[in-house]
Design a protein around this ligand. Sequence first.
Ligand code: RUB
Length: 308
Amino acid sequence: MEQLLDTAEKIRTMQIRGAGRIAMAASAALRDYAEDLNVHTLEEFNVSIKKAARILVDTRPTAVSLPNAVMLTARHSSITMDEARAEIIANANTFIEHADQALDKMGRIGARRIRDGDVIMTHCNSHAALSVIKTAYDEGKDISVIATESRPRRQGLITIRELNDHGIPTTLIVDSAVRYCMKDVDTVVVGADVVTINGALVNKIGTSQLALAAHEARKNLIAVAETYKFSPRTLYGDLIDIEERSTEEVIDPEILAGLPHVRVKNPAFDITPAEYIDLIITEAGAFPPEMAYIVIKEHLGWDLTDME
Ligand code: RUB
């Protein structure tokens, strides 16, 4: 349990972050927990797995990759404890392998949409978006990137380091420079925390501003999302829970304490409607956002009635 709690804490404090990495870490944590779980009956085993799954899912509320990964890992149809344990271990290994391969596949599929000479704008730090950008570059395309800082956690600094290390010419901008710089951009490429049933994209706060500016300037916006970031929950009308993070990420608490009439809001994600998204790149192919339902139904690999 200690190891699982450690992973949960790392996700909560964002030492492990990004929807894909969170999903893989949670799946691995549940696998290791199941492997070491020392109980006597299948019932006890199931109760403990359910509790552990809850701890992981409760760490961050928005990225659906987390509950999807946990559910795909924890489900089993075994009637003995040893079989259930083996099934969960196999589920996790399959999920993690699939997630790893998905990044490569999305890179190759997405890179086809990047032309020689393109200037790409990206936001926050998305392994999926970076896979597309790096693959296009590795294929010999002469591209450059405009990366946003992504306040307040400044994940853009991780992105520029990664792009720099890959040799890709990169310009860092503050988030408020997005619209001003859009004239220089050919394509916007971003990651995803959730793709909803109606093709809306939930991603780092500010993504919808990039989308609005891209739409206004008639530039394409591509979202890159593994199929496990599509949300079957939204099929049942569930609302997406947008994470509100600590105000301390935005302003020094001592300064805030001296401003009794001021309150601070720190939403971590926002929602971009489908009409601002030109294409969603998944490991199963490139889809218009209107096809989100098909992706959920055919590629997520579970029975949707499970969700009821
Ligand atoms: C990260 C973020 C990323 C998506 C996709 O937010 O919004 O764009 O999670 O990332 P945070 P990836 O830093 O708050 O976790 O493509 O790596 O899964």
